[in-house]
Design a protein around this ligand. Structure first.
Ligand code: UT7
Length: 333
């Protein structure tokens, strides 16, 4: 138990994915690639892509509504909604729209951006509000529609990403704390490895006064550098979080990493000596869904009955920023 006497329990989860599916074979009609290459290098077979009719807020609200229901709460009992996303429908934020779609009229809602680490950063942020006693029931959502920002003629990135949303409910507890530890990091020195950057043109409004106007350019990534970063930093950050929780890798029931690449999942598990049966992987079906990937994989594993109440889970998000982080938690009340 931490010094405030207030702990955290993760009591509900949910997810939502678009119904449209793009297979590896479908991608061969867009770029010079093959199912063999994509599958061997990433583990991805398909990805779900949002149509123009579905927004980030709608997808997020679907996942959150399910999580709230599974936590046996009603939307009006929610105090706070944190939406981790890099692809809001509105740059001013989409969380308040999610609040309205849910009917969570007593909640305050805000967006948080930390790319593929967003869910872990948001979970830890939620925990701070709960531990200080400010809020008791918090919905944490990870959601992204990266298909909006992918260059569909760039084979080095377009084969990787998919769309989705996942959510958990965190609640304050008085006698135990199921968020056992966390570690968060960022390194802006490596910012250029992975970007969805604003690009503007100089525009003159009057003599000696110029501003910039433009838009966001599609995702660019130095895949090899990000890969090297992930396989070096992710095992390290999980080891640090395990140390803080006074646990060993053997004590873990499950490892849920950001679903970026099966080779990264395998390399991290190998470094930590975690058997592959304990590694949750669903990127074959969804690809890399950025902030959604961890809560989506978590929700599926709970629904499949793999993850059971009381199981100890290590999770780690990593990606643009660069940012990375880990959390060790116990599922359920
Ligand atoms: O979510 C944020 C975190 N993101 C990540 O963690 C991504 C980390 N990086 C990766 O997962 C991998 O680096 C990739 C999957 C992106 C790429 O795999 P790789 O094994 O690092 O491939 P590579 O970039 O070294 O490219 C190898 C070859 C190149 O051809 P040459 O130069 O050897 O002739 C590429 O042009 O594969 C080629 N290539 C492709 N070929 C067929 C790159 N993309 C494709 C493709 N289809 N889609």
């Amino acid at each position: 138990m931490n010094s405030s006497g207030i702990g955290i329990a993760i009591t509900g989860c949910g997810s939502a994915t678009p119904t449209q599916i793009m297979t590896n074979d479908d991608l061969t009609h867009l770029v010079d690639t093959s199912d063999e290459w994509i599958h061997a290098r990433t583990g991805i077979s398909r990805r779900h892509l949002a149509s123009s009719e579905i927004g980030l807020a709608e997808l997020s609200a679907q996942a959150a509504a399910e999580a709230i229901k599974r936590a046996q709460l009603t939307p009006s009992e929610i105090d706070l909604i944190i939406l981790a996303t890099s692809t809001p429908d509105d740059l001013f934020g989409s969380a308040a729209k999610v609040q309205s779609l849910l009917g969570a009229s007593n909640a305050v809602a805000f967006d948080l951006t930390a790319a593929c680490s967003g869910f872990v950063f948001a979970l830890v942020t939620a925990a701070q509000f709960i531990r200080t006693g400010v809020y008791q029931r918090v919905v944490v959502i990870g959601a992204d529609i990266l298909s909006r920002w992918v260059d569909w003629s760039d084979r080095s990135t377009c084969v990787l990403f998919g769309d989705g949303a996942g959510a958990v409910v965190c609640q304050g507890t008085s006698d135990h704390d199921n968020l056992l530890s966390f570690e968060l990091y960022s390194d802006g020195e490596q910012h250029d490895c992975l970007n969805l950057s604003y690009q503007g043109q100089k525009k003159s409004l009057k003599d000696n006064l110029t501003i910039s106007q433009g838009t966001y350019e599609p995702i660019t990534m130095n895949g090899r550098d990000v890969y090297r970063f992930a396989v070096a930093k992710v095992p390290e950050v999980i080891e640090k979080a395990l140390f803080r929780a006074n646990l060993n890798a053997d004590d873990l029931d499950w490892l849920i990493l950001h679903q970026a690449n099966q080779r990264i999942l395998d390399a991290v598990a190998q470094r930590l000596k975690i058997p592959s049966e304990k590694v949750i992987s669903n990127l074959g079906e969804y690809g890399n869904t950025s902030a959604a990937s961890i809560p989506l994989a978590f929700d599926e594993a709970v629904r499949e009955g793999k993850i059971k109440t009381g199981d100890v889970i290590a999770t780690s998000g990593f990606g643009a920023g660069l940012t990375w982080g880990a959390a060790i938690f116990v599922w359920g009340i």
